[in-house]
Design a protein around this ligand. Sequence first.
Ligand SMILES: Nc1ncnc2c1ncn2[C@@H]1O[C@H](COP(=O)(O)OP(=O)(O)OP(=O)(O)O)[C@@H](O)[C@H]1O
Length: 294
Amino acid sequence: MSHSDAAIEIVNVEHTYGGSTKALRGVNLTIGRGEFVAIIGKNGSGKTTLAKHFNGLLRPTNSDGQVRLHTGDGKTMDTRRSRLHHLAPTVGYVFQNPDRQIFHDTCREELEYGPRNIGVDPAALARSVSETLELVGLEGREEANPIRLSRGERQRLAIASTLIMGCDVAVIDEPTTGQDRAESRKILDSLAHHHARGRTVVIISHDMALVAEYATRVIAMRNGHVLTDGTPTEVFSQREVLQETNIRPPQAAVLAAELGLSAVLTVNDAVREMSNVRTHAHPNTPLPHGDKVY
Ligand SMILES: Nc1ncnc2c1ncn2[C@@H]1O[C@H](COP(=O)(O)OP(=O)(O)OP(=O)(O)O)[C@@H](O)[C@H]1O
């Protein structure tokens, strides 16, 4: 991948907490511009530590480890040599716990804070606040006090306050924690919308069905290393490798593999493949409708 295609370069990054807990043991990665990346792996494998390096919240603890951000307008920033407030507009980060980043009395003020700081025109901002709240399923809640929202709603507010910045890269640690299925899908759809505008999205997730459906690339971590990295199809077909980090591919993929069907990651893929098999076995059997089934 050339520099112009790269959004983030991670070179030989190690991170040791408190001088003894080795959370990252030499990670090399390039996140490309416009990718939708999911980082997966069991608890403690180093996912959050890695993601916090993407915008300088953490820095490599080894002297030769480097993280370089390449901005859309052609600048390169080394996170070790740049201040956090210069990095944040390029790479937005949403914490696993939304309460770490919500501190205003209304949703409107929460969403306006970041864009105001970078000089966005106030007239354009009002519209963009409403649109972004709608995008994450909080339409009409401009004047609501965030402390009165549910945890899932606060999570969506925190995501909205990052998306409204229009940053090149949005990194979201566990976007669907505390959300039901419909809310989770709403959140992933809002990230897909950001991605569709040519931006890069990185999520950390334990929800393999959603990872399979939305991500273009999956990076599996184990014990501070990248265990495997590829398209969802490539990564989820390595069932034995994934077992090393306690990951089970999406249930639809497991079921389809047991039935000898290939190219299946999602329930919709499974419906399509099973319909094909049935059609070939009984050509007159009508196909089920092709819309999403869940
Ligand atoms: N602030 C910290 N101080 C000391 N050790 C830490 C700190 N944060 C993480 N660790 C340790 O570093 C290792 C990697 O943790 P990390 O949170 O990056 O993993 P993770 O894969 O994101 O886990 P989870 O899925 O539980 O969020 C673990 O052993 C963890 O206990």
